[in-house]
Design a protein around this ligand. Structure first.
Ligand SMILES: Nc1ncnc2c1ncn2[C@@H]1O[C@H](COP(=O)(O)OP(=O)(O)OP(=O)(O)O)[C@@H](O)[C@H]1O
Length: 242
């Protein structure tokens, strides 16, 4: 697939402090169009702060964030319209069916009823839940619920998916399924993904990786090029934290 235009995400010299705590310091990296980028960091590295800045939950102290070329601060509407977010916490109502939930979220994005119906079928198929539209969310397994959250995030056809610890609390098999769904989306739908995780095992050799530690980018590049320095470096940082 050939990708033109600005990167899906361009972060430049981003810093953020919570009072005396410097959560991010001069963070710069890009998510090229059609790429899977793993944002790897131990607890407290600054991943959630970064996600919160991209989604505009917090305003950045300094630096720039561009989503598909749109400045998140100066053109927030344009930037956010191109972003699909899978939060650590659940955004779907467990007592409603998957279709009811997705109708509601489609309406929030201003998608009309007829288009929503078609789009809901489409996104459920993309996350391999085509047969679960009528199921109450509470009856789905943990892995299915995470894939349902991804379906929700895809409703408005975002260019960039932002996933914050998308596999937290899942068993090995469900984790692999969620990862496979996101990699499939990249290969077939031209979406890009920033996948925040503290688990080295979730990084595939062809992925691009950004290692964040104590608010700073310590290592970045393609996992296969970084080779042993990635696993050794990350292990050292994990030890540094302990
Ligand atoms: N609202 C806040 N007020 C003060 N300090 C905060 C706040 N949010 C985060 N921090 C601090 O900023 C730093 C980065 O935290 P952040 O939650 O972004 O890390 P993380 O990599 O997402 O970790 P986790 O996986 O535990 O969420 C930590 O030192 C944390 O204590």
């Amino acid at each position: 697939m050939i990708h033109e235009g600005p990167p899906a995400l361009d972060i430049a010299d981003l810093s953020h402090a919570f009072g005396p705590v410097q959560a991010l310091r001069d963070v710069s990296f890009t998510v090229p169009r059609g790429a899977f980028v793993a944002l790897l960091g131990v607890n407290g590295a600054g991943k959630t702060t970064l996600v919160s800045l991209i989604t505009r939950l917090y305003d950045s102290t300094s630096g720039t964030i561009r989503v598909a070329g749109f400045d998140a601060r100066r053109q927030p509407g344009e930037a956010l319209a191109r972003l699909g977010v899978v939060f650590q916490s659940r955004a779907l109502d467990a007592d409603l069916t998957l279709r009811q939930n997705l109708r509601y979220h489609a309406a929030l994005h201003g998608i009309g009823r007829r288009e929503a119906a078609a789009r809901i079928d489409e996104v459920l198929a993309l996350v391999r839940l085509g047969d679960k539209a009528g199921a109450r969310v509470s009856t789905l397994s943990g892995g299915q619920q995470r894939r349902a959250e991804i379906a929700r995030a895809l409703l408005h056809r975002p260019e960039l998916l932002l996933l914050d610890e998308a596999t937290a609390g899942l068993d090995l098999r469900s984790r692999a399924e969620v990862g496979a769904v996101v990699r499939d989306l990249i290969a077939t739908q031209g979406v890009s993904a920033l996948w925040a995780t503290h688990m080295m095992e979730e990084v595939a050799p062809e992925d691009r990786v950004v290692v964040l530690h104590r608010g700073e980018v310590r290592l970045s590049g393609r996992a296969s090029d970084l080779g042993g320095s990635l696993s050794q470096g990350f292990l050292a940082l994990t030890g540094e934290q302990a």
